[in-house]
Design a binder for this molecule. Sequence first.
Ligand code: BGC
Length: 356
Amino acid sequence: MKRKLLSVLLATAMVATLLAGCGAKEAGASGSGKIGVAMPTKDLQRWNQDGSNMEAQLKEAGYDVDLQYASNDIPTQVSQIENMINSGCKLLVIASIDGDSLGTVLEQAKEKDIPVIAYDRLIMNSDAVTYYATFDNYMVGTKQGEYIKEQLDLDNAAGPFNIELVTGDPGDNNARFFFGGAMDVLQPYIDSGKLVVKSGQTDFETVATANWSTETAQARMDAIISANYADGTQLDAVLCSNDSTALGVTNSLEANYTGEWPIITGQDCDKASVKNMIAGKQSMSIFKDTRTLASKVVEMVDAIMKGGEAPVNDKETYDNGTGIIPSYLCEPVFADVNNYKELLIDSGYYTEADLQ
Ligand code: BGC
């Protein structure tokens, strides 16, 4: 009798454990199907984080994941997407290398009714794009411009101050928003003569940096310094749209420039740039928590895969040439040497050791 009771109790406990296990799985991982995630390159830290955050969070939600990086090579990205379409992916999340180069391959996605979420960068001129998820790119630019305006106290100081401008890849729609946002703040001061761009290089195409390359930004800055600042002329600020270009500018200044260190902006809080902020070589960056973007995109994927509509908070800003793409814009956060610990270390984004 005693033994019978014991085995009943044991069986009940086993069933309860099994049920609890199943319950946990169902609550957290109710999705099914394969999601294709196409990322531009492993060369830049942020995309590695974006990719691994997306992969981990999608798997946690129950999905299979085909995650690919394309070494910043457009044909590679096109063929990766083609493979995703042909190997049964039910939805594509794409951070494009060149926003204008995916129209043809995405026609195949559209034919197969595969929804497409443009990740961080808008895919242009394709009506296959269902949603867009990003950070508020214009706000990134205005925060960089405002920072320079405040640090130089442009409304009160006599000036004039010398500034140079460095933005990103011309095929990346974001670059125009970053640069546009910053210039909406800075242009009036250039027009009034309080800010002077000694190189004369101010239009988007000239100040763009192909592939956001550190080396390209560095080489351009080398040329600007030798032509305009080699005689000891003070350079007061360099608007850099992101950290990889800021790094190139910083490297160039370290090698070629003898004046007082200028204000340098950035974006992404890449480890190298945070170290430079701590060392006083980069003034600020913009923190775009890739965990937040990934979890928002996973929410969107889950809603679409379950037959619903994805959450969006912007239906007017991003026209990809075929019409407005409903978007979710996450908020970018200002970062500098005073708040990086709270933002990056206390939140678990980096460890202290990452920044040494
Ligand atoms: C992203 C930036 C990044 C840049 C270079 C942009 O599209 O929004 O965060 O710095 O690409 O990878």
